[in-house]
Design a protein around this ligand. Sequence first.
Ligand SMILES: [Cu+2]
Length: 166
Amino acid sequence: MFNKVKKLILAFIILIIFYVSIAMEHHQMKQITSEIMINDPWIRLAPTNASVLGLFMQINNNTNHDIKLLYVNAGDYKRIELHRTVAQNDMMKMVKQEFMIIPAKGKLYLKPGSWHIMLISPTLVLHKGDIVMIELIFDNGLTKIVYAEVRTGKKTIDNHHSIMHE
Ligand SMILES: [Cu+2]
């Protein structure tokens, strides 16, 4: 009788260990997928004949080391570049960047008049409310797929008159 109880307790303990290990594995998987988190990806609505479109978002780096955004892929564009708008001789100028650094345990804001992704020569006209699939490739081997919404952005300092492409 006593032996039976002991066996039962042992089986119960094994079962608990089994469940805990599955839960831990699941938790680790979740942590890996949240190393980089993207918030609010959006594309600024532009006139139908616009040659470039700005893509913006907030990139969160939850790891203990800096991460670089290297490439961006999306269909329907001839070329996609990483840009930063900077002031140069009283002019706002967009300068192409080789990468964007997202600091360890920090975030990078891509927004009009600052860091942004430039979608160049669209082969498709976007409308308000359209959703565009974007692939982001980082230097730590991670790839993120985000869905950017097309919407009107507030007119800021980087309007078409004051921007020059490098
Ligand atoms: Cu640009």
